[in-house]
Structures are given as structure tokens and as C-alpha cells.
Unconditional design. Structure first.
Length: 133
């Protein structure tokens, strides 16, 4: 450019969009239907096995931060990748009809998004009364 040229030299800024790293549920749907159980009755083996992995591919510490009272989770904390089991542990705290709850897996590393599994179960009385939506 010469000193008489009044045009501006343009500049462009590159915008880099970074995706927030996250924990990922792998091997099952994030909505798990455990079917129907009798409240207070014997519990058949109702469990699901899946993996928790990191979107970064690196090992990330995690822990369970929310568990409904009628579910157990093994293990409660570990490092990704991990095999996890969720199972129905009690039917006594279930309400008649449709019950749902979330199991939340939270990273120990700052900035990671949580992973969640929504568990659903239908509970009937021993007299066979069924709630229907």
C-alpha cells in the first residue's frame, strides 16, 4: 500500500469452538426400563451393565453423585473407562405405578459434563393393581 491508499487492511479472527469434555454412557440407552415389579415382593435380578468413558479418551476420575433409593450402583467411583452395574435393590420405597429416578455420574476433573442414566420401573401391589398412564 502506498501512503495515498485509504483502504483498510481487513483482519479476520478465527473463532475456535471447543466442546466441553464429558463423561459418556456406553453400551446401553440412557433411559433404562426395568419393567414391572411387585412392591415388597421378591426382587428378580434386574440389572444393567454398561461402560463409562471419557470424551477425551483419557482416564478421568468419576463418582456417583445421585442414586435413587431403590437402586444400587457398583462401583460408586473409579477411573474411566469403567464397567458399571446398576440394579434394583429394593421395591419397598417404590410408589404404586410408574417410578423413575436418575443416576448421575460426575467427573472429579473440573469442566467435565456429567453423564446420566434415567431408570424407570413400574410397581404393582401384591393384589395385582396396576397403575397405567
Amino acid at each position: 500500500r502506498n501512503k495515498f491508499d485509504k483502504t483498510r487492511i481487513g483482519s479476520a479472527k478465527a473463532i475456535v469452538i471447543k466442546k466441553k469434555p464429558k463423561l459418556i454412557i456406553s453400551g446401553i440407552s440412557t433411559i433404562v426400563d426395568f419393567g414391572t415389579v411387585i412392591i415388597g415382593g421378591d426382587i428378580p435380578v434386574l440389572e444393567r451393565t454398561f461402560s463409562i468413558i471419557s470424551s477425551t479418551g483419557k482416564g478421568v476420575e468419576w463418582q456417583v453423585s445421585n442414586i435413587p433409593s431403590w437402586i444400587t450402583v457398583e462401583p460408586l467411583h473409579d477411573i474411566t473407562p469403567t464397567t458399571v452395574i446398576i440394579r434394583i435393590s429394593s421395591t419397598s420405597s417404590l410408589g404404586l405405578g410408574f417410578n423413575q429416578g436418575r443416576v448421575v455420574f460426575e467427573s472429579q476433573k473440573k469442566g467435565f459434563k456429567k453423564a446420566k442414566v434415567r431408570a424407570i420401573i413400574n410397581a404393582v401391589s401384591s393384589q395385582g393393581r396396576i397403575w397405567q398412564k
